[in-house]
Design a binder for this molecule. Structure first.
Ligand SMILES: [Zn+2]
Length: 101
């Protein structure tokens, strides 16, 4: 079953919006960074299940932040990456390695 970024953002909104708005941008950004730290830890030594959970948390907190600042994630990602590499417009990317390692 497909699950879109728009659906994720809507579910996060419906579930947490009141709390998210009172926490604000800065507080939410700190939480996102904390989750990214936890993802880093699982990448170094976690189980695949733990990695899945941390990826889900990072995406959920990213969606939360997008909700607070009213960015449509699906629209933004599609506009930037929907046709392949934003630099060279190719799939796969053919940018010089010096530009995009
Ligand atoms: Zn490229």
């Amino acid at each position: 079953m497909a699950f879109s970024l728009a659906e994720l953002q809507r579910i996060i909104y419906d579930t947490y919006d009141r709390r998210d708005r009172s926490r604000g941008v800065e507080g939410t950004f700190v939480w996102l960074m904390e989750e990214i730290g936890e993802l880093a830890t699982t990448l170094r030594g976690g189980t695949q299940r733990e990695r899945e959970e941390e990826f889900a948390d990072v995406l959920a907190w990213l969606a939360t932040l997008a909700n607070i600042v009213e960015v449509d994630l699906e629209k933004a990602v599609q506009a930037k990456y929907g046709s392949g590499c934003p630099g060279c417009k190719q799939i796969p990317c053919v940018c010089d390695r010096a530009e995009k390692p």
